[in-house]
Design a protein around this ligand. Sequence first.
Ligand SMILES: Cc1ncc(COP(=O)(O)O)c(C=O)c1O
Length: 474
Amino acid sequence: MKRDPGLDAGREQELARLSFDDAPKIVSDFLPGPQSMSLIEAEVENETNTRVIPNVLPVVWDQAKGATVRDPDGNCFIDLTAGIAVNNVGHCHPRVLETINKQSQLLMHNPDATNPWRVKLGQKLQQLAPGNLKGNAKLAFGLSGSSAVEIATKFARSATGKTHIIAFEGAYHGTLGATLSLTTSQQFRSTYGPFNPYVYHVGPYAYCYRCPWDLEHPKCGLECARYIEHLILSPSTGIDSDCVAAMIVEPVQAEGGYVHPPAGFLEALKKTCEKAGILYIDDEVQAGMGRTGKMFAIEHEGVTPDLVTLGKALGGDLPCSAVIVEKSIAENLSPISHIITAVGNATTCAVACTNIDLIQDGLLERTEKLGSYTVQVLKEMMEDIELIGDVRGRGLMIGIELVRNRETKEPIDLGEMMQILWALRDKGVLMLSCGRHNNVFRMMPPLVITRKQLEKSLEIIGDVFKQVQEDILK
Ligand SMILES: Cc1ncc(COP(=O)(O)O)c(C=O)c1O
């Protein structure tokens, strides 16, 4: 029995106008269609073979609007990727385009100099900052999620005079320099070492579906958080907490599998950090900017971090990232010691301000409602789709973990995951996977996706899963 998410009908119509109205529509006999294929072939000639997206989900993006994408062959897709959690307000939102049109006539690049929109964005982020950081922070701007994480860890080291950063098993914080050293996925670490030796990886992150001790929350009493505290505070564990500047934590592990920790986990980590004199960096690059139904995912837990990293949906269609640093920590930084040439671009900052206004205009509440509705529909699907081992989510950050066997939780393999992604694409739905075993489908649509578009996508997902499970489970 489906529960009505209780959305406003007028608002749904308004949101529908943001997207192409013909999605999903597939006109090519096979995908990628001929025009797309010739572009893909030309690109392969020019670019390195290291890229992930064109291999995992070969689609040429020609136009995008709201929650939809069109390829050069005229195929139109519903975008459940939001450009990897970037287009929270949708693609090419008319107010974003208006902002770009107006501001780009006046000023775009400024060499990390003062401009009115940068000031305004700083003021907005001060007001939005989670918990006690509100109005009690200093900001630094970056260009990408990775650059925000680089800045946050660099500042934490400098402000404390300590060397090490603690990161988690399953963490993803970027793929460049210091951030790749924090990321654990072997796929991305690949042959790119040597890594920064000043990193301690700890675990487990609270991944209840795959608890290494087979415990159940809340009966477990958060054994994982207790164990992390043991690793950090006990002698002879190999971690010298006196050397640790900060612990960096995703409030929801994103690339690690859309793993939502249970209530109390983040709070327990923060308490451990306080006991050990370690700063807490909240990496909101993927989970932030309304994705979980609150501006920052950590707000669900009422925890105040010491630093926050933002990226992706902050800038949306234009790249922008930021670090929020608690004021007294920022006061320890050396004056005139940090610059990135292109940060604080006036047009980008203006767009980030527009994005924030759009998210604050009723999208948070709607995301929460639409998210719980979607989780419920997916859980109902589990009744006749054996392949689905787990459904978890908050807001529109939903993971669907696919397994060959619900008892053993044996994950489906990479080939099977790609088969499903391509089958979804062939029916007009764009989705990406994630997870330690690459077997978690993530639903991260633009927050402006309509209920109708979402229901159509769920219908297609159900059909494709049923169709492929016959092969996979036999
Ligand atoms: C939590 C988190 N941190 C950092 C990053 C790196 O962001 P970017 O790819 O913009 O450098 C990502 C990217 O997916 C992320 O999910």
